[in-house]
Write a protein that binds this ligand. Structure first.
Ligand SMILES: [Zn+2]
Length: 298
């Protein structure tokens, strides 16, 4: 990936679908070495020249995008992940606490949609910055933001997080306000992490970051795109797939997942839509020494 890529990267037009980003936030939210606990100063210095300033800022903060992707097909509008959301109490994350922003809704309007047009929401995993817009506040109650949508989640991911929330609600407030209300409204659709939605859209299990994380493959072989979710957070984890991030369920497994996925796609034309990479967040994955790099997809 280079910073010279332009917004003409978007939308990604495939034979069976188009993919559009809907951005909620972009910036340096987390300190690099806290985010990647096993990253050493030495390894960072070795890679500083390509990481700064696009992927790491001058204050050693990791540059991240918080975004959803809309997949439009002939029959459906699908939202993949749902950012942070408004009015959510996130005391441990000041930059996500009680947001009151119209950027997400404007982004949706920018691709010609309103909340009423979304048919499915696919939740790659149930972390707070991926489920927030699942719900909105209505007269003091959390209700589904997308009134017509079915919300697709995996069985093990939902079981894990509802279990944690039951044990200690304060440890996962986003489950309380952004996931359980979907279940209460009977809008959830529970699947396995290798679910095939149709011939052109299927899930690939990418566990490790969370217990049952999946990525979404859109299109057909030779003309497709992979929406990674949080399978990867920074191109640094491409070059060094074994570097875990602070919230991983199992960083060893997450590293194995990255190697398996990148090995599978590194000679393919598949466009990676890496949810947290700075805009335009796309690239094709190619071998780079013992790891992988992202090259411009346009
Ligand atoms: Zn995550």
């Amino acid at each position: 990936m280079t910073s010279s890529m332009t917004s003409s990267t978007w939308p990604i037009a495939l034979k069976d679908a188009t993919i559009h980003p809907v951005i909620e936030q972009e910036g340096g939210f987390f300190e690099l070495f806290g985010f990647f606990p096993s990253l050493t100063k030495e390894l960072f210095e070795e890679n500083r020249s390509w990481l700064q300033p696009t992927f790491v800022d001058a204050e050693h903060r990791l540059m991240l995008c918080i975004q959803s992707f809309v997949v439009k097909t002939a029959h459906h509008n699908i939202l993949i992940d749902a950012c942070v959301g408004n009015h959510k109490s996130r005391p441990t994350r000041p930059f996500w606490n009680m947001l009151d922003s119209d950027r997400f809704e404007k982004g949706l309007a920018g691709v010609g949609l309103t909340v009423n047009d979304i048919d499915y929401v696919m939740c790659t995993h149930l972390h707070g910055d991926h489920v927030g817009w699942n719900t909105r506040l209505d007269n003091g109650r959390w209700v589904p933001t997308f009134p017509k949508a079915r919300y697709i989640m995996t069985d093990r991911e939902l079981a894990y997080w509802t279990g944690r929330e039951k044990e200690n609600p304060a440890s996962a407030p986003w489950i309380t306000d952004s996931v359980l209300p979907i279940v209460a409204a009977k809008r959830e659709h529970i699947v396995k992490s290798d679910f095939a939605f149709n011939e052109a859209i299927s899930f690939i299990p990418t566990p490790g970051h969370t217990i049952d994380h999946f990525s979404v493959l859109v299109g057909k072989k030779g003309e497709d795109a992979l929406i990674t979710g949080d399978m990867i957070h920074s191109p640094l984890q491409g070059k060094y797939p074994d570097i875990g991030m602070m919230s991983d369920y199992d960083s060893v497994q997450a590293g194995q997942t990255r190697r398996r996925i990148f090995d599978r796609f590194c000679e393919e034309p598949t466009i990676m839509c890496a949810s947290h990479f700075p805009s335009p967040s796309t690239g094709r994955v190619r071998r780079w020494g013992d790891g992988y790099k992202f090259v411009a997809a346009s």
